[in-house]
Design a protein around this ligand. Structure first.
Ligand code: SAM
Length: 284
């Protein structure tokens, strides 16, 4: 039974899980807090949760206690595996743990979903690969994706970039990509003191739900090219920053009905989609 599990501080002591920087380890040891984070994921009773980096298992316990049907976790640090196996035993084997690198994992193969199961991702992400994993899950070719939601911890500054609106400093590639593919919000802020050891900056949980694309004809790689160019030189006017795209930047902007003197951060996500569509047309 889950109540037989020792407090997380004891788990860390007995399994010698002192945090290592190289693994991006900042642990959450307060089970009230991890329960709260798990609840951000919503009703998870029919869901299989894919968790990256369970560490000593704080969030994992939160997810299982909140009724997740199963949790499939990928943890890079070998030292955590015995502690996680104990969590699995305490929760009637609803937890499956895989040792490995989430950047290289095939999530669907690990999840092995039954037809009636919904997949969701929940993770207190390691800071060193957090953004790369988020981009991996946002840029899947097949959309709708295999997951129903993402509930992810980021450094607050990254979370703010993800939800940023046009005409703000934080608005950029991550905002456009995330808001192109779904609805996203900051669900919770988490102070540095909640972690062991505390990181230098505060963190925040974002909750993302995929939606139908704004325009089904737009190709991901073309949108990415346009967005990357535009924000690569964000202070420049678009007629200059889009020059390297291999088409006449002025004509492209005119076709998309966008003022050539505007800058990347002036454009809405919808306008970026327009740009990408016309870019595709001009290159066809
Ligand atoms: N979920 C735990 C918690 O909330 O206390 C730990 C979170 S800690 C910020 C990040 C975890 O991700 C660590 O346990 C670390 O070992 C693991 N990790 C780091 N890089 C990873 C990778 N590429 N693949 C899988 N796990 C990774």
């Amino acid at each position: 039974m889950s109540e037989h599990l020792p407090p997380l501080r004891e788990v860390i002591k007995s399994h010698e899980l002192q945090a290592k920087k190289a693994f991006g380890q900042n642990f959450l040891l307060d089970l009230n807090l991890t329960g709260k984070i798990a609840r951000v994921a919503g009703d998870i009773s029919d869901s299989v949760i894919y968790e990256v980096g369970p560490g000593p298992g704080g969030l994992t316990r939160g997810l299982l206690s909140n009724g997740a049907k199963r949790v499939v976790a990928v943890e890079m640090d070998q030292r955590c595996i015995p502690a996680l196996n104990q969590v699995s035993e305490a929760f009637e084997n609803r937890l499956a743990v895989h040792q490995g690198d989430a950047m290289k994992s095939d999530e669907l193969e690990l999840l092995n979903l039954a037809p009636n199961e919904t997949a969701r991702i929940a993770s207190n992400l390691p800071y060193n690969v957090g953004t790369a994993l988020f981009v991996k899950w946002l840029t899947l070719e097949k959309w709708q994706p295999w997951y129903a939601s993402l509930t992810l911890m980021f450094q607050q500054e990254v979370a703010e970039r993800i939800v940023a609106k046009p005409n703000t400093k934080a608005y950029g590639r991550l905002s456009v990509l995330a808001q192109w593919r779904g609805n996203v919000r900051i669900a919770m802020r988490v102070p540095a003191a909640a972690f062991t050891p505390p990181p230098k900056v505060s963190s925040a949980i974002i909750h993302f739900e995929p939606t139908e694309p704004l325009d089904a004809n737009v190709q991901l790689n073309e949108l990415e090219k346009v967005v990357e160019r535009a924000f690569g030189q964000r202070r420049k006017m678009l007629r200059a920053s889009l020059k390297g795209l291999g088409v006449n930047a002025h004509t492209l902007l005119e076709n998309a009905n966008i003022d050539p003197t505007s800058r990347a951060e002036d454009l809405t996500v919808k306008q970026f989609v327009e740009l990408a569509l016309h870019y595709q047309k001009m290159r066809a």
